[in-house]
Design a protein around this ligand. Structure first.
Ligand code: SAM
Length: 245
C-alpha cells in the first residue's frame, strides 16, 4: 500500500494545490499518503544557486545540472529501496497495468525534469525507470507526475469509496468503460436507454458489457486482443460492430 510520495521538483509549490482537491487530494491532505517535495535548488551552491546550465555542444535551452539534482534525488530515495521514476517523453508509455504495479509500492520517488531535460549521466546512474504520459512534450515533469500520482492514489484501498469503483473504469478489465447516464430521463429529446430504467440487474450488467465491447471495438480496437474475450463475445461483437455510430 502506498504511504509516501517523494517528488524531486524545482517547483514544490506546484503540488500545494493538489492537496484537498477531490478524493485523491483528500488522501494527501488527511495524511493517508504523505507528499514531500525535494528541491534541487536547496542543494545548489554559489550566489545564484543555479540549477541549470547551457548544453555542451551548443544549441537552444538549458539542462538541469547534475550536482544539485543528484543530491535531491538521493535525499528523496533515502530510507527506502523504492525505484526512482523519472518523468520523460522518452519513457515507457504509462498505462493502467503500469499504474497498478506502481500503486503496489509503498513509496514513489518521482523526478520532474525542466528545460531541455536532465543531464544524461544522472539518468544513467540514478533513475531506475522512465515514464511518459503520451507522445507530446510538456514544459515540465510536474504535469506528468501529478497525472501519475492521481492514477496511483485512486487505486489505494478506501480512496474512492463505494460510489466510484476503479474496478469498473476503462482499462481495468482491458476494455473501455460503458456509457453512463443520470437524471433527467429525457434530455433534449434524448432518452436514457430503457434497460437502465427497468431494474433488471442481469440485463443491465449484460448491456454494460456489450456497450464496453462495442466502444472498445470502435474507438480502441488495439485493446481487444489482450482483453480476454471468450469465443461467444467475439462472435457477438463480429455481428454488432456496425451498430454504434
Ligand atoms: N528535450 C526533451 C525531449 O525532447 O525529449 C523534452 C524536455 S521537456 C521540455 C521538460 C521535461 O518535461 C522533461 O524532462 C520531462 O520531465 C517532462 N515531460 C515532457 N513531456 C513529457 C511526457 N510526455 N511525459 C512525461 N514527462 C514529460
Amino acid at each position: 500500500m502506498l504511504t509516501e510520495i517523494h517528488v524531486v521538483t524545482l517547483f514544490p509549490e506546484w503540488f500545494d494545490h493538489l492537496k484537498g482537491m477531490g478524493l485523491t487530494g483528500r488522501a494527501l491532505e488527511d495524511g493517508r499518503i504523505t507528499l514531500r517535495c525535494f528541491n534541487p535548488r536547496e542543494h545548489a551552491e554559489g550566489v545564484h544557486r543555479s540549477v541549470d546550465d547551457r548544453p555542451y555542444g551548443g544549441g537552444p535551452g538549458m539542462v538541469m545540472r547534475p550536482e544539485p539534482l543528484s543530491r535531491a534525488i538521493e535525499q528523496a530515495r533515502s530510507g527506502s529501496d523504492a525505484p526512482v521514476s523519472g518523468l520523460s517523453p522518452q519513457g515507457r508509455p504509462l498505462d493502467q497495468r503500469a499504474v497498478e504495479r506502481l500503486a503496489a509500492r509503498s513509496r514513489l520517488v518521482l523526478v520532474c525534469g525542466r528545460y531541455e531535460g536532465i543531464d544524461e549521466r544522472v539518468s544513467e546512474t540514478l533513475i531506475d525507470e522512465e515514464w511518459s504520459i503520451g507522445d507530446f512534450v510538456l514544459s515540465g515533469g510536474e504535469y506528468a507526475a501529478a497525472a501519475l500520482m492521481d492514477a496511483v492514489i485512486r487505486l489505494q484501498p478506501g480512496v474512492l469509496g463505494h460510489e466510484a469503483s476503479a474496478a469498473e473504469d476503462s482499462f481495468s478489465d482491458g476494455l473501455l468503460d460503458c456509457p453512463h447516464y443520470t437524471r433527467p430521463e429525457v434530455w433534449r429529446d434524448r432518452r436514457v436507454p430503457p434497460v437502465l430504467l427497468g431494474g433488471d440487474h442481469a440485463a443491465i450488467a449484460r448491456w454494460r458489457r456489450e456497450q464496453a465491447l462495442l466502444r472498445t471495438a470502435r474507438r480502441r480496437p488495439d485493446l481487444l486482443d489482450s482483453a480476454g474475450l471468450d469465443s461467444a463475445e467475439r462472435a457477438w461483437l463480429a455481428g454488432h460492430t456496425d451498430d454504434e455510430g
